[in-house]
Design a protein around this ligand. Structure first.
Ligand code: MRU
Length: 370
């Protein structure tokens, strides 16, 4: 996608030196577009933990490049396993991180040490390219949902509510739920996006609003608590969100607050769709509420807020009463029964085991073996 007319991806290998890894520092958005150069795996781990890069598919792709950086210095079996474990421990909820590292390990274990670093760059590039094509296809498969609503609304904008940031900066390119929105907008469908602020880190007001603004998509930022009210008053035609992990029975882990939106959507007969790439599927778990590990982040993210003051300085200030403690679970799980359907790169399906197996029959063998 483009920033002010210049095409970007969210991660790339520096064309000047051919090996260092470039990312956009998402902790500086929307105030500044700063490109970081990562040269070793510790920087990559820090980038993922501190959320300089974030979004389930992107952290997988960046971790893959982190492994490639490490293997340039030490391509031994011990380094391969140790660095993969270190990178895999940076964030617990999004399965894409583990998926990407497992794919890297499968590709690299059989490769002789002398050729491992080159093979790692090739495997990381394959993961990144796969994500780009996957996200493009997700947009195509979601488009008919928006077209159908637009046909009923005859010229009035389709109102879409989204949570967190599921755009091109959350993936390698295009995004997941936002890929659907971009493709609908580019197809000329009039639409308007309600952007949940997404406290505590404000991925909605800082990142999604920035992305949509750069692409010319009409949108309005709302407080996280406004969605239910908007749905009661017919102001939301469809909820479109992404996910960090989908279980075999269709439960959906996503940014904290997603569950409350799904409950409100259910109560108001608003369709609630979830967009995901194959790398977000975790067919090894069934009950998302019980089995998906939920990241707990620093309580300061809840007790404080970061923004730009009128003199242009980016500042963090405390908003909670002095001395009060905070709690910061970063994700929640929406049970499958509240999900209207899933949008994948292979098409749409029910949020059920049968629905998922219909699109991903390669997992039938695992199910049969249990
Ligand atoms: O904590 P974050 O910002 O990494 O959380 C991201 C989300 O929850 C997204 O909705 C999710 O990764 C799916 S879209 C790529």
């Amino acid at each position: 996608m483009k920033i002010d007319g210049v095409p970007y991806r969210s991660v790339w290998v520096d064309p000047e030196d051919g090996w260092s890894v470039r990312i956009i520092d998402q902790t500086r958005l929307p105030w500044a577009v700063e490109i970081l150069r990562l040269t070793e795996e510790k920087q990559v781990a820090h980038a993922i933990k501190s959320m300089q890069v974030r979004g389930a598919p992107l952290i997988g792709a960046v971790a893959a490049y982190g492994l490639a950086l490490a293997l340039r210095r030490d391509a031994s079996d011990a380094a391969l396993e140790g660095v993969a474990a270190m990178l895999g421990a940076t964030r617990p909820t999004a399965i894409n991180l583990r998926w990407a590292l497992a794919r890297m390990l499968d590709a690299l274990r059989p490769v002789p040490e002398a050729r491992r670093a080159d093979a790692a760059y090739a495997a990381a590039a394959a993961i990144a390219e796969d994500d780009v094509e996957t996200c493009r296809a997700i947009g195509q498969h979601g488009l008919p949902l928006i077209e159908a609503i637009a046909a009923r609304k005859t010229g009035k904008p389709v109102n879409i509510l989204t949570h967190c940031n599921t755009g091109w900066i959350a993936t390698v390119d295009f995004g997941t739920a936002l890929s659907v929105i971009y493709q609908a907008h580019d197809a000329g469908i009039p639409l308007h996006v309600w952007v949940d602020e997404t406290r505590p880190r404000n991925q909605g007001s800082a990142l999604t609003a920035w992305e949509l603004g750069k692409h010319g998509v009409p949108h309005t930022v709302v407080a996280d608590n406004a969605g239910g009210h908007l749905m009661q008053h017919g102001e939301v035609d469809i909820c479109l969100v992404g996910t960090d992990r989908v279980t075999r029975q269709g439960d959906v882990a996503n940014k904290i607050g997603t569950y409350l939106k799904a409950l409100a959507a259910h109560d108001n007969n608003v369709p609630f769709w979830v967009a995901l790439p194959h790398s977000t599927l975790d067919m090894s778990v069934r009950d998302g509420v019980r089995e998906i590990p939920i990241e707990e982040r620093d309580a300061r993210e809840v007790l404080e807020v970061t923004g730009q003051s009128w003199d242009g300085r980016v500042q963090t200030v405390r908003t909670a009463a002095p001395g009060s403690p905070g709690l910061n679970p970063a994700f929640d799980v929406t049970p499958a029964r509240l999900v209207t359907g899933l949008i994948t790169e292979r098409g749409r399906c029910d949020a059920t085991e049968a629905g998922l197996l219909g699109l991903y029959p390669e997992f039938l063998a695992n199910v049969a073996a249990e």
